[in-house]
Each structure stands twice: as C-alpha cells, then as structure tokens.
Design a protein around this ligand. Structure first.
Ligand code: PGA
Length: 264
C-alpha cells in the first residue's frame, strides 16, 4: 500500500487541443476556481500539459497564483542537447525555458507516433539527466487485457523504465497507469481493477527502488468528476492524468479537489 505521505498529482493532458483563445480562457477559468477555493501544494500537485507552442504563454498566464500550477510538456525529443534535428525539442531546451515536467510514453505516442521501447527509454534518460521530472505512462490494450496479459505488459513497461533510471533519480518519477481501452472511450477501469493494477505496480517498484513506497501512481482513462471520488479512495491511486475532462475548468478543478481531499 502507498505511503500515506504521498502528495497526489492531478495533471490535465490537453493533447492536441484547444485553440489559443480557448486555452487562455480555460486557464482564466481554472485560476478563478483556484483563487476562490485554493488547493495547496501539500494537498495536491496540480498540472496542465498544453501543446508545445503554448507551454510558455500558459506558464506566463499562470504566474501570480497563490497555488502554483505545474506546466508539463506532453513529450520531448529522444535526442539530447542541441543540434541539427528539425522539429525536435530536447530535454535541455525544455529545462532552459523553465519547463520542469514532461509526460513520456503516453499510449498515443507509442501507438500512433512510433515511440518504441528504445525511444521511450532514451526520452526518459534524457529528461532525467536534464533534471526534469517525468510522468511515465504505462497501460495495456483491450486485447492484452482480454488475453490475461495486462499485468505482464505493464510490469514489463516498469522494467523498461528501471533499465534507464539511476538510483538517485527515482524521486523524479511519477507513474501514470492508463489502460488504453479506457482512454477517451468513457469506459473507466473499475476502481477495484485500477487499484489491483496499481498495487502490482507498487510491488514492482518496491522491488526495484526504495523510492517505490513513495512514488505517486496516477490513474488515467476517462477520469471525470463523477468517478474521481471513488478512484481517489483507492489506497494505491495517488492522483489522475486527465484528458477530455481537463478541457473544462470546472470538471478539472473538481477532479483535483477529489484527489486533494485525500491528503487533508
Ligand atoms: P481521457 O484521456 O481522460 O480523455 O480518457 C486520458 C489520457 O490519455 O491521458
């Protein structure tokens, strides 16, 4: 079971959304909710992951909030440093722009954009070496779940991670378990199924690192205000990676509130 001192994380993955005016509006709305009823950093780490060209303007718009919101990149290059790599943004360049968090291994990257194990490992390694905090995504497909392979697939993804994280870098890892069949489909894993997988991930992490007890493991896949409270009550679910519902400030705020309550 999780160390009860883990601070939950609730991160909005905006994916390839929305248009600029809407993203600014979304941030203004979210700021209003947070200014009216703040969620402290001790209660929950709240973050948003906008499209790459909006990272800095969103960061700018979030300044001055009493509760800082973390700005998270959705991806980064598997190439490090600077160089002749057209279209790429490296870990060092993110860090240089004060972007300190990044999602890596999201199933959409793995499935649609060819992020294979080697690329994912290079990205994790580059991110950690540049001093970024990584939200590493894992999850099985429906086929894998139905053929009884879910646990094996997810634990293999944790082993892939372990192959590149150095002993003193584990504190910069957050895990997001996102069953692929639950992403954007409206189908959520039942809290019990999600908790079972989270407990397996926790067991695996504890075997690999002392930090395993303290690593936040987020759930992702159709998280909404309606299911957040139940998910947040599970002992090994330490937050959420939220797609669709994060594009509505009220829904996202309510989800963050549901998880932050666990840590009052
Ligand atoms: P969803 O997406 O909440 O829309 O299912 C989650 C994610 O892909 O991170």
């Amino acid at each position: 079971m999780s160390d009860s001192t883990i601070t939950p994380w609730v991160v909005g993955n905006w994916k390839m959304n929305p248009m600029q005016a809407n993203s600014q509006q979304l941030i203004q709305d979210l700021k209003q909710f947070l200014e009216h009823a703040p969620i402290t950093e001790q209660q929950c780490h709240v973050g948003v992951a906008p499209i790459s060209i909006a990272l800095l303007s969103i960061q700018q718009s979030l300044q001055g909030l009493s509760t800082p919101i973390k700005v998270v990149a959705q991806d980064l290059s598997c190439m490090a440093g600077t160089g002749a790599y057209t279209g790429e943004v490296s870990a060092e360049l993110l860090k240089d722009s004060q972007i300190d968090y990044v999602l890596i291994g999201h199933s959409e990257r793995r499935e649609i954009f060819g992020d294979d194990v080697n690329k994912v490992k290079a990205k994790v390694s580059n991110a950690l070496n540049a001093g970024l905090q990584v939200i590493y995504c894992v999850g099985e497909s429906l086929e894998q779940r139905e053929s009884g392979q879910a646990e094996q697939v997810v634990l293999q993804q944790i082993c892939d991670l372990a192959a590149v994280v150095k002993a003193d870098q584990w504190h910069n890892i957050v895990i997001a378990y996102e069953p692929i069949w639950a992403i954007g489909t409206g189908k959520t894993a039942s809290p019990q199924d999600a908790q079972n997988m989270h407990a397996k991930i926790r067991e695996g992490l504890i075997q690999i690192t002392e930090e395993g007890q303290r690593t936040a493991i987020l759930y992702g896949g159709s998280v909404k205000p309606e299911n957040a409270v139940e998910l947040a009550a599970c002992p090994d679910i330490n937050g959420a990676l939220v797609g669709g519902a994060s594009l509505n400030a009220e829904s996202f705020y309510k989800i963050a509130l549901a998880f932050s309550k666990q840590n009052n």
